[in-house]
Design a protein around this ligand. Structure first.
Ligand SMILES: Cc1cc2nc3c(=O)[nH]c(=O)nc-3n(C[C@H](O)[C@H](O)[C@H](O)COP(=O)(O)OP(=O)(O)OC[C@H]3O[C@@H](n4cnc5c(N)ncnc54)[C@H](O)[C@@H]3O)c2cc1C
Length: 370
């Protein structure tokens, strides 16, 4: 049973880490009437968070094939929760529920068939997808290269404009009177924070530092991911497109203003140095084969970051008196944040004393709401 951390309105809360979880939690606690101070080691406008580098897909079906069943169940919650939060932030246009498309070159169609079998094996009747032929693919994404004969359309899935979301969350935090400290690395303790300016005490400290929380979680690791951001007015994909390949699964996600994020490698390394030539070539050539019209796209940015992961690749929430930690969202931060932040907030609001491990082990909901 976790220690009691319930707050009444007007308590002081420090949130360490202004990535995805930290911003969500700070925003919600300010709305509950608490005095919240948010700290990040980096710049608040262009944070060094994995959340900034991420592609922003909310893809429970794609992730199920490489994860535990509970990731899918938490992802279903995300599909319902994100539109509500974005309405509250007055930013509903950042949410795109247009599904995602999976394709493979003719020589790799076995990979697509294996993915479909894995999905059926993991989800049974809940695995909702449509099999498309070349005409169906062309109807959904006319700019897709002509050589693809088969694809899968995962209609339930969504993506969001994650960088704009992070900016909107920060704006809302400031508007509600949150104290925001960028370039301020902190160490967390129950009811206390060590800042460069000295120790400060709070009624509650919440640690959302991602891979920066290693001093508190020695078993936490970072998993390197690399992306490219490109711009072109020649391609008009409206949803994430994933390319199956024997060695990797790559995706391209449309962003506002003709931008696309191509990602992502997954390398068991904590190296944050720039993208390797090999990764850059693989990402660009995958992009080019999805649509030759990408040939003239301009490379705007190369992204490298570390996904925070525990050994089981599942999120962990721990509650001590005066300190809550939430971490390990790995490659599914946007997919899992509603469940993880929701649990953390329920604990703080005195409505969820159940350990998070029990939430992960809970049986899946029975009904299906596409
Ligand atoms: C290439 C890539 C692509 C991804 N794509 C997706 C996707 O499409 N969909 C999806 O669901 N997930 C995706 N993810 C995963 C997602 O980004 C992470 O799971 C999520 O960002 C984790 O959120 P977090 O708040 O725990 O950590 P972060 O977002 O990393 O935030 C942690 C914050 O803590 C700060 N911090 C660290 N140390 C300190 C300190 N000592 N003091 C103060 N602040 C500190 C950091 O500066 C950072 O801002 C992707 C990740 C990567 C790397």
């Amino acid at each position: 049973m976790p220690a009691i951390v319930t707050l009444n309105a007007g308590h002081t809360v420090a949130v360490a880490g202004a990535g995805l979880l930290g911003r969500l939690v700070a925003w919600q606690l300010l709305r509950d009437g608490h005095a919240v101070s948010l700290f990040d080691a980096g710049d608040l406008d262009t944070p060094p968070a994995a959340a900034w580098t991420a592609a922003g897909m909310v893809a429970p079906l794609c992730e199920t094939v490489v994860s535990e069943r509970c990731v899918y169940d938490m992802g279903r919650l995300a599909l319902a929760q994100w539109p509500r939060w974005l309405e509250e932030l007055e930013a509903p246009s950042l949410w795109h529920r247009r599904g995602s498309l999976m394709v493979a070159h003719p020589q790799d169609e076995g990979e697509l068939a294996q993915f479909r079998r894995d999905l059926d094996g993991a989800l049974g009747a809940s695995a909702h997808y449509a099999e498309l032929d070349a005409a169906g693919l062309n109807e959904l994404e006319p700019d897709l290269a002509g050589g693809f004969r088969h694809g899968l359309f995962l209609e339930e899935e969504a993506h969001l404009d994650n960088r704009e979301l992070l900016a909107r969350l920060l704006e809302a935090i400031r508007r509600l009177g949150g104290e925001c400290h960028g370039h301020c690395p902190v160490e967390t303790f129950p009811g206390e924070l060590e800042t460069p300016a000295g120790r400060r005490t709070f009624d509650l400290v919440i640690d959302c530092r991602g891979t920066g929380a290693r001093p508190r979680h020695p078993s936490l690791r970072g998993v390197r991911g690399e992306t490219l951001h490109v711009h072109t007015d020649e391609v008009h994909f409206t949803r994430p497109v994933r390319l199956m390949h024997p060695r990797y699964q790559l995706y391209v996600v449309p962003k506002p203003g003709g931008r696309f994020v191509i990602g992502a490698t997954q390398i068991e390394s904590e190296d944050r140095s720039p993208i390797s030539l090999q990764s850059s070539l693989e990402l660009s050539s995958a992009l080019y084969t999805l649509s030759p019209a990408f040939a003239e796209a301009r490379i705007l940015e190369q992204g490298v970051n570390l996904r925070p992961a525990f050994r089981d690749n599942l999120p962990h929430v721990t509650c001590h008196d005066g300190l809550i930690t939430a971490n390990g969202l790995f490659r599914h931060g946007y997919l899992l944040a509603p469940a993880v932040a929701g649990h953390l907030l329920a604990v703080v609001r005195g409505r969820g004393a159940q350990p998070f491990a029990d939430v992960l082990a809970a049986p899946p909901p029975q009904e299906h709401t596409p």
